[in-house]
Design a protein around this ligand. Structure first.
Ligand code: SF4
Ligand code: SF4
Length: 295
């Protein structure tokens, strides 16, 4: 596998406003998600726990699913949810606030939903290669290549965003896929208290989840046990509490970008220097790790 990622970030940005026909990837399996976050990258239990421990829980968002034929389901807030043993199934990924970015080979910055860890100026990942760098990002698009499924890189190419997938041999050391029976408790979790989700499910569906709603799912994921449905209640409660209590540059940046953003896909009316300063103010100066830029 060989990729040319410079100037792309197609797998980190919701670029549907640029080309609705070209975009459509989803890395969270075949079931329709309840939310509309594009290309959510599912995290492992240990990764969720790591973000919570680092005080970065504000970066996390849960995803629930609609059931497909043959699925167990449970109804909450009038919504049917895919379930296992009566418990709603969910994954946890990274939030995408609106940011000023020019991805997929474009020149003009626009307000597009982008991963909380994407540096808008370099289009590089702020946690690339560090302890928190998600496995699903480190290995993308290896599983697609192994399955012969279309990749985001090819979608970018098809939309005129330049040559991206230079070698399509899947890597030999791919980890287990994020979906399938082996994933239960590892990347796919089951919420143990469906009765506690009244109101929460409707907010998740409407894109109006609160910090408390998100903390609840981060806690349940961190308390899960790989290969089983059981959840360690003490670990769940500790992680939920920590996720609720801590704030970080991530939470502040998400709030500020959200306040500043214009409409989805709208141009950012700033020259390059002003944009650089803005990104430094909102992210770097508040503690976001830097990125090296491209050689
Ligand atoms: S963590 Fe990094 S590589 Fe993964 S989606 Fe976010 S910016 Fe992209
Ligand atoms: S879509 Fe492909 S080429 Fe573009 S940044 Fe992601 S992995 Fe790299």
């Amino acid at each position: 596998m060989d990729l040319r990622c410079e100037g792309c970030a197609g797998c980190c940005v919701d670029w549907r406003p640029l080309d609705p026909a070209a975009a459509g990837s989803d890395r969270t399996g075949p079931r329709p998600p309840l939310d509309d976050v594009y290309d959510l990258a599912p995290l492992t239990r240990d990764e969720v726990a790591g973000f919570v421990d680092d005080g970065l829980a504000a970066a996390l968002t849960p995803r629930l699913f609609e059931p497909v034929e043959g699925d167990d389901s449970v109804r909450v807030d009038g919504v049917d949810l895919a379930a296992v043993d009566g418990r709603p199934v969910f994954v946890v990924g990274l939030r995408k606030p609106p940011k000023p970015v020019a991805p997929v080979g474009t020149d003009e910055p626009r307000w597009l939903d982008a991963c909380v860890f994407l540096d808008p100026t370099t289009l590089q990942c702020r946690i690339h290669g560090d302890e928190r760098y998600p496995r699903t990002c480190a290995t993308y698009p290896g599983h697609n290549l192994e399955l012969g499924a279309e990749t985001e890189c090819e979608r970018v190419e098809a939309a005129g965003g330049g040559d991206r997938l230079l070698d399509d041999d899947p890597p030999e050391d791919l980890p287990a896929p994020a979906f399938g029976p082996q994933a239960l408790g590892a990347t796919v979790f089951a919420y143990p208290e469906p009765d506690a989700l009244d109101g929460v499910v409707a907010r998740l569906r409407d894109g109006a989840a609160t910090a408390d709603d998100r903390a609840r799912f981060a806690g349940a994921a961190a308390g899960s046990r790989p290969g089983s449905l059981s959840v360690d209640r003490d670990r769940m409660a500790d992680a939920r509490e920590r996720a609720r209590e801590t704030d970080s540059w991530v939470g502040t940046a998400i709030r500020e970008w959200t306040e500043r953003a214009a409409g989805d896909g709208d141009s950012v009316a700033l020259d390059a220097d002003a944009l650089d300063r803005l990104v430094r103010d909102v992210e770097d100066d508040r503690g976001a790790p830097g990125t090296p830029g491209w050689d």
